[in-house]
Design a protein. Structure first.
Lengths: 422, 295
C-alpha cells in the first residue's frame, strides 16, 4: 500500500503535507537513476491471467477500497478540539543527558526530536504557543518564553546543548507554573517533560508543587529516556497527562509526536471563548517603515495592525501598541476543512450504469475517460449533491487533499442541477 | 492520457492551466476598456506562443463562468495545429451560451463574482492526473486571468484549493484585469509562490502576459518578476460572508465571526463569560509577556 502512495505524487514531494507523509525515507538511499525504476516498480504492476498472459493489476479499485475505509473511520469526531494550547517543553540537560546509550548522546537525540516536533506542532496548532525550559545543575532555566515562532525556539535550543549537574523536577514545575498560570483560561496549559535522569534533586516537598499544577489545570506529561520513575508516574496521573519510557530513538519520536495533535477539549480544562483578533495586511515589498516590535527601520515585508496601523515584523503576535491579537488568516483557514467536510461520494453500481448514453464519459474533475477499454462504463463515483461523476483517483484526491467538490463548487444552483456532462 | 513516460521531459517543459473569467457581468462593466473579443485575441496569441516555444508544452484552458465552469481547450487532445484557435473559440462560445442559459433565477448570494473556486478545483484535479501519469511529466502551473470581484462565500473553498496547490507545489499565478485587487488571488500567489500582477494598461495585455507569465518555472528563478504590492489577508466571516480585517474567533474550532456571539454556530460551543470578551484588554495584563522575545 505505501508503495502505491509514494508513487502518487503528493506524499513524496511535499514534506509538510499533513495527510500523507507515510514514507519519505523510502527513496533516500538510492541513486537518482535507480529511484526512477524503484519508484515505478513496473514489474509489480503485472499479473498473469488464467490464460497465462501478462496484464496490469487493477490496483485502483483496491486502493480505493482502502481509502474508503479510511474515510469511514476518520470523518467522525474531528470537531471540538481545543486548538489553543500553551505548551512548555522541559528538557533535562543534567549529567544523565550526556549518556551515550542513544547515539550520539541522549540530549542530541532529544534536541533533534524536539526540533521536528516544534515544526509539526505549529502546523497542527496554528494559534498555540510553545516555551522551552532546561533542567541543569539543580536549577531550571527559561530558554524561551511562550511564543508562536518555531524558528526562534529552534535557534535557542540548538545553541545551549551541554549537560551537567542534577535535574530538579520541582524547580522545573515551579517555573512552568509561574509562567502558565498567567495564560488566559481558554487555552490548554500543558507541560511535556523529556526526562533523562533517574532521580530528582528538589529543594522542598515536590508533592505540593504537583498539587499546585493540578489546581492550575496544567496537564503534565513525561517521556522518560532511562527507566520508569514513581514520581513521574504520580505527576502524570494526578494532572491527567501521559507517562511513557522510550526504548529507542524511533520509539521516542513516536512518543513525542503523539503530543502534536490537539488534545480533545475537555470542558474542565479549557473554557470555550471568543477571542478578538485582527488579520493584518502584508505591506508591499520594498517599502521602508519602522516596526513597533524591534523599533527599527526595515525594508519590505512586515504587517500592519488593522486597528492602530502599527507595523509588526512577524505573525502571530500581539500588537505592541493596542494589544490586539494578530494572526495570519490563512493560518486559521488551514483547519477549516475539518469544519466543513465534504460528503463521501457514492459508488456507482455497474448494473445501474449499463446504459452508456446516460452516463458521462469523462471524470468531471480531471477529464480522464471513465470508460473501460471496449467502451464499457468503468468504475466511478458520484457526488450525492451535484450528481457529477468522478474517477476513483479524483475521489481520493478530493477527499484527502483538496477538500472541495469541483462539481458543487462550479454550479451556482447546485441543488436544482442534475446536468450530465456529455 | 498520452503515454508520457515515452516522452523525455526536461525541466523546462510546462503544463499551463489557464482559467479565463467569462463572467458576463464583469465584461459588460469594462466594455470600453477592453472588450472580451480583444481580450481573447491577446490570450490566444499568448497561448500560441507558449505552445510554440517548446513543442512539448501543454496548455489547458478552463472557463470560469458566472453559473458554471468547464474545460474549453486541451492541447494534448489531438487536433490539427491550424484549428486550435477555432476549436477553442467554438467551445468557449458554447460555454458562454450555456452559462447564460443557467442564469434564469435571481441568485441569492449576489451576482458580481464568478465561480473561481470551481475552476481552481477542476484545474487541480487535472494536474493531479498529470502527476499520476508517471515520474516524468511537464511542470504544472495555474494562471488565473480574472476580473470579477471576489465572492466572499467561496472563501473556505478557495483557501482549501490554495493549500492543496501548495502541498503539491503548484504555483498559482494571477493576472487581474478588473479594477480592484483580488484578495483571494493575492493570497493564492503569496502562499503558492506564484506571481501576482495587475496590469496598468490593458491595451498591452499580451506584452504583460508574454514577459511575466510565459517563462517556465525553471527559468523563472533567473528573472526579475514583479514583486507583490502587498497582500490583502482579510478573511470572510462565517455568519454574513462579509470581508473583515478584525473579528472574533471561536477558541475551539477557529470559526470567524464579525460580531460577538453567545454560541458558536459551527461547533456549538457556548462561550464562557468569565473572561472579558475582548482579549485586547485582559483584566490583569502581564507586563512580562509584552517584552519582545529576543530583546
Ligand atoms: Zn520588528
Ligand atoms: Zn494595534
Ligand atoms: Zn478524475
Ligand atoms: Zn459535488
Ligand atoms: Zn458576519
Ligand atoms: Zn466553534
Amino acid at each position: 500500500m505505501s508503495r502505491q502512495e509514494s508513487s502518487t505524487n503528493e506524499g513524496r514531494k511535499f514534506k509538510r503535507g499533513d495527510e500523507d507523509e507515510d514514507d519519505e525515507e523510502d527513496g533516500k538511499g538510492r541513486e537518482a537513476w535507480e529511484r526512477t525504476y524503484a519508484d515505478e516498480r513496473s514489474w509489480e504492476s503485472l499479473q498473469e491471467d488464467e490464460s497465462g498472459l501478462l496484464r496490469p493489476i487493477d490496483n485502483k479499485t483496491l486502493y480505493h477500497a482502502q481509502y474508503r475505509r479510511r474515510l469511514r473511520t476518520s470523518t467522525t469526531t474531528r470537531i471540538q478540539k481545543g486548538l489553543i494550547r500553551y505548551l512548555y517543553i522541559v528538557i533535562d540537560l543534567s549529567r544523565a543527558a550526556g549518556e551515550t546509550d542513544y547515539k550520539p548522546s541522549r540530549m542530541v537525540v532529544v534536541a533533534r526530536q524536539v526540533e521536528a516536533f516544534i515544526r509539526e506542532f505549529f502546523d497542527q496548532n496554528p494559534l498555540s504557543q510553545i516555551g522551552l525550559l532546561t533542567l541543569k545543575d539543580g536549577v531550571a532555566n527559561s530558554l524561551t518564553d511562550l511564543g508562536g515562532s518555531p524558528e526562534s525556539h529552534i535557534k535557542a535550543l540548538m545553541g545551549k546543548l551541554t549537560s551537567s549537574g542534577d535535574a530538579s523536577l520541582q524547580n522545573g514545575l515551579d517555573l512552568v507554573h509561574s509562567h502558565l498560570n498567567q495564560m488566559p483560561t481558554y487555552g490548554h496549559r500543558e507541560v511535556l517533560i523529556l526526562y533523562s535522569s533517574l532521580n530528582t534533586c528538589d529543594p522542598s516537598d515536590i508533592m505540593e508543587t504537583i498539587q499546585k499544577c493540578k489546581a492550575s489545570k496544567i496537564r503534565c506529561s513525561v517521556i522518560g529516556l532511562s527507566a520508569e520513575l514513581y514520581i513521574c508516574k504520580y505527576l502524570c496521573q494526578e494532572t491527567g497527562g501521559s507517562y511513557y519510557v522510550a526504548v529507542d530513538e524511533h520509539h521516542l519520536k513516536e512518543l513525542v509526536f503523539e503530543h502534536a495533535p490537539p488534545p480533545p477539549a475537555i470542558a474542565e480544562f479549557a473554557i470555550a471563548n471568543l477571542i478578538k483578533m485582527g488579520f493584518p495586511q502584508r505591506a508591499a515589498e520594498g517599502v521602508i517603515s519602522i516596526c513597533s516590535c524591534h523599533k527599527e527601520a526595515k525594508v519590505g515585508g512586515g504587517y500592519t495592525c488593522p486597528r492602530c496601523k502599527a507595523r509588526i515584523c512577524d505573525l502571530p503576535t500581539e500588537c505592541q501598541i493596542c494589544g490586539l491579537t494578530l494572526v495570519s488568516s490563512p493560518h486559521l483557514a488551514r483547519s477549516y476543512h475539518h469544519l466543513f467536510p465534504i460528503t463521501p461520494f457514492d459508488d456507482v453500481a455497474p448494473s445501474v450504469s449499463s446504459d452508456p448514453r446516460y452516463l458521462a464519459k469523462n471524470c468531471f474533475g480531471c477529464q480522464q475517460t471513465l470508460l473501460n477499454p471496449g467502451n464499457m462504463p468503468g468504475s466511478r463515483v458520484c457526488c450525492p449533491k451535484c450528481k457529477q461523476y468522478f474517477c476513483l483517483d479524483c475521489d481520493i484526491y478530493i477527499h484527502e487533499s483538496l477538500h472541495n467538490c469541483p462539481g458543487c463548487e462550479s454550479f451556482r444552483h447546485s441543488k436544482s442541477n442534475g446536468t450530465v456532462e456529455g | 492520457m498520452t503515454p508520457v513516460s515515452s516522452k523525455l521531459y526536461t525541466d523546462d517543459v510546462s503544463l499551463l492551466v489557464v482559467l479565463i473569467d467569462t463572467n458576463p457581468f464583469f465584461w459588460n462593466s469594462v466594455k470600453s476598456n477592453l472588450p472580451f473579443s480583444k481580450f481573447i485575441s491577446h490570450v490566444l496569441a499568448f497561448l500560441n506562443s507558449i505552445l510554440l516555444v517548446n513543442q512539448q508544452n501543454q496548455v489547458v484552458v478552463l472557463a470560469t463562468g458566472h453559473n458554471s465552469c468547464d474545460y474549453v481547450f486541451d492541447s494534448s487532445v489531438a487536433q490539427s495545429q491550424n484549428q486550435r484557435a477555432e476549436h477553442l473559440l467554438q467551445k468557449l462560445e458554447e460555454f458562454v451560451d450555456k452559462d447564460e442559459s443557467l442564469c434564469r433565477e435571481e441568485s441569492v448570494d449576489g451576482q458580481g463574482f464568478s465561480l473561481l473556486s470551481g475552476s481552481l478545483s477542476m484545474a487541480l484535479c487535472y494536474i493531479q492526473r498529470v502527476f499520476r501519469s508517471g515520474p516524468l511529466h511537464p511542470h504544472p502551473r495555474i494562471l488565473c486571468l480574472h476580473g470579477s470581484p471576489d465572492g466572499p462565500g467561496q472563501y473556505v473553498a478557495i483557501m482549501n484549493s490554495i493549500f492543496s496547490a501548495q502541498r503539491s507545489m503548484v504555483p498559482i499565478d494571477a493576472c487581474v484585469i478588473g479594477t480592484q485587487h483580488s484578495a483571494f488571488l493575492q493570497q493564492a500567489s503569496y502562499i503558492t509562490g506564484g506571481v501576482y500582477l495587475k496590469p496598468q494598461l490593458l491595451d498591452g495585455l499580451f506584452q504583460y502576459l508574454s514577459t511575466v507569465f510565459a517563462t517556465d518555472l525553471h527559468s523563472r528563478a533567473f528573472l526579475q518578476l514583479p514583486k507583490p504590492a502587498g497582500v490583502d489577508f482579510r478573511a470572510s466571516c462565517f455568519c454574513h460572508k462579509n470581508t473583515i480585517d478584525m473579528g472574533y474567533i471561536c477558541s475551539v474550532c477557529l470559526s470567524i465571526f464579525c460580531k460577538h456571539q453567545k454560541k458558536c454556530s459551527t461547533c456549538g460551543s457556548v462561550f464562557g463569560q468569565a473572561q472579558a470578551q475582548d482579549s485586547s484588554t485582559p483584566p490583569n495584563p502581564n507586563p512580562k509577556r509584552k517584552t519582545p522575545m529576543d530583546a
